[in-house]
Design a binder for this molecule. Structure first.
Ligand SMILES: Cc1cc2nc3c(=O)[nH]c(=O)nc-3n(C[C@H](O)[C@H](O)[C@H](O)COP(=O)(O)OP(=O)(O)OC[C@H]3O[C@@H](n4cnc5c(N)ncnc54)[C@H](O)[C@@H]3O)c2cc1C
Length: 474
């Protein structure tokens, strides 16, 4: 696999050639490199940090492990309503982080072992940069560089947090979604820039650990992509936990005095001053393409820096594909993993594939969870569709009443002519699981009236889908 090249100056350099090179061991890259190698392609995986990417190391898995601790703390405090009295609840951040880290180590270790055990696959730790159209130079983690060429490249380099350009921000020890999971103390007052799902999950988590939490959101309301009634219900739930949300508000300047961080805020024309002990920047994520040399390879990006791909995930350069968050669109683990599945069908199994019309659900792991799939009501109305909207508050759901958690609601958008379900939101205990039932109905073309009349076990949340759709018959 070694090839010798000779430049004009007659100096020789050695390049290793592969059939396929995968850059980034994210949720697509990790399974993809193994499948490519197993199909007989000599493959290399280049990773600058850890196998598993964001999801395993500083995204889904660690946050959901910590959310579980936060939920346990909340439940312990709320058990009194169920007649169970638990005294003296304390939260041990060290233990929580230790458990989180063990889960991360286990998942990362298992993935890395599977890669190392795969014949025909080289795992190379280092940062890749294009140095030619089908050539990369890797700055190796252990020092030195290596130049590699391949027939096919698969880019799965993910996103990184956006740090907004606010006066003074670089002079304070701000936290990101990664570093907040390494804290040695529970913040006294955590101020969060942003109110997307990462901000809300951490906000509720640390409020439950004992922090005062303030979220700063420049827009007039949080979660603008969600329907107003769903977002309003979430605001109500968070307010019950004393989480403060300042909408229409921007942070314009940071300063620090001792361990206190000062933040100058602007709400319309009104200026105010707040202080806090910790700042989490959760203002979005952006491609990590700086110094990746995409222009050298001729790979085109869009205005926001995401790699442009067609419906087969191929970039502007034939034989170079982009998978996962880096190609824009919904940035979720299940999307990245599905990109891997599609690429295998395309490249190895030679089947026709397309990313068009993929039904992509998501779950926001606040408590209660928000499970979402398909269209919102606002999207359907903007499109001028003829719809019926089913809404059921959880205080009418038997399961919710019995288990003592009546927060939240369920909602489904239905095509008024065909009865097909177009979208759903379930803000409830295990909302992510419940919405999957509706997703499967959408996948199978099951109309709402069949769910309305379906026999489901009593008393489950699933059974309340009867009642949700009954609201359309009234
Ligand atoms: C706090 C947080 C919570 C989240 N929770 C959820 C959730 O609950 N559910 C969900 O579906 N999604 C969640 N996500 C999003 C999810 O983590 C990502 O969508 C998912 O990991 C897919 O990412 P990816 O495969 O595109 O790339 P990533 O997993 O980000 O992997 C990219 C990899 O490429 C490597 N890399 C980058 N540049 C180079 C280079 N030049 N050379 C070599 N290697 C390079 C990086 O080190 C990284 O390992 C969360 C994200 C965050 C930050």
């Amino acid at each position: 696999m070694l090839s010798v090249t000779c430049s004009d100056s007659q100096s020789f350099s050695y390049m290793k050639h592969y059939d396929a090179i995968v850059i980034g061991a994210g949720q697509a890259g990790t399974p993809l490199c193994r499948k490519l190698a197993e199909s007989g392609l000599k493959t290399a995986l280049i990773e600058k940090r850890w196998v598993g990417g964001t999801c395993v190391n500083d995204g889904c898995s660690p946050t959901k492990a910590m959310v579980a601790s936060a939920k346990a703390a909340w439940s312990a405090r709320h058990n009194e309503t169920l007649g169970v009295h638990v005294g003296g609840i304390t939260v041990d951040l060290d233990e929580i982080l230790h458990r989180k880290s063990s889960i991360v180590q286990l998942m990362r270790g298992n993935s890395e072992k599977r890669i190392r055990d795969t014949a025909g696959l080289d795992l190379i730790y280092g940062t890749a940069r294009f140095s030619g159209q089908k050539e990369i130079t890797v700055s190796l983690k252990d020092g030195g560089t290596e130049t590699l060429t391949a027939d096919k490249f698969f880019l799965n380099t993910g996103l990184q947090p956006v740090i907004p350009d606010i006066e003074g921000i670089q002079s304070i020890p701000y936290l990101t979604s990664t570093t907040i999971m390494e804290l040695s103390e529970i913040p006294e007052h955590l101020l969060i820039l942003g109110s997307g799902y990462i901000a809300l999950e951490f906000g509720q988590m640390f409020a439950r650990f004992g922090s005062k939490v303030t979220l700063i959101e420049p827009a007039e309301r949080i979660l603008k992509k969600e329907d107003e009634d769903i977002a309003g219900e979430i605001v109500k739930i968070l307010a019950q936990e004393d989480i403060e949300i300042l909408t229409n508000t921007k942070a314009v300047r940071f300063s620090q005095s001792g361990h206190i961080i000062g933040v100058a805020l602007q709400t319309g024309d009104i200026k105010s001053q707040r202080s806090c002990t910790h700042v989490l920047v959760a203002a979005g994520r952006k491609p990590q393409l700086k110094e990746f040399g995409l222009e050298i390879a001729g790979i085109e990006t869009d205005a926001k820096g995401y790699i442009k791909v067609n419906a087969q995930l191929e970039t502007s350069v034939e034989g170079i594909y982009a998978l996962g968050d880096i190609k824009g669109g919904p940035a979720f683990t299940h999307v990245s993993y599905d990109d891997y599945r599609l690429i295998i069908q395309h490249v190895v199994e030679k089947k026709p594939i397309s990313t068009a019309d993929r039904l992509i659900p998501y779950c926001m792991f606040i408590d209660p969870q928000l499970g979402r799939v398909g269209m919102t009501e606002q999207e359907a109305r903007e499109k001028g569709l003829d719809i019926k909207v089913a809404v059921l508050k959880n205080d009418s759901v038997a399961r919710a009443i019995e288990t003592g958690d009546e927060r939240g609601m369920m909602k489904a958008i239905v095509d008024a002519q065909t009865g097909q379900i177009l979208g759903a939101a379930v803000l409830a205990e295990q909302g992510g699981e419940i919405v999957t039932i509706l997703q499967m109905a959408m996948m199978g073309g099951v109309t709402y009236d069949r769910i309305l009349n379906g026999v489901f076990a009593h008393p489950t949340y699933a059974e309340s889908l009867n009642n949700l759709f009954m609201t359309l018959e009234a």
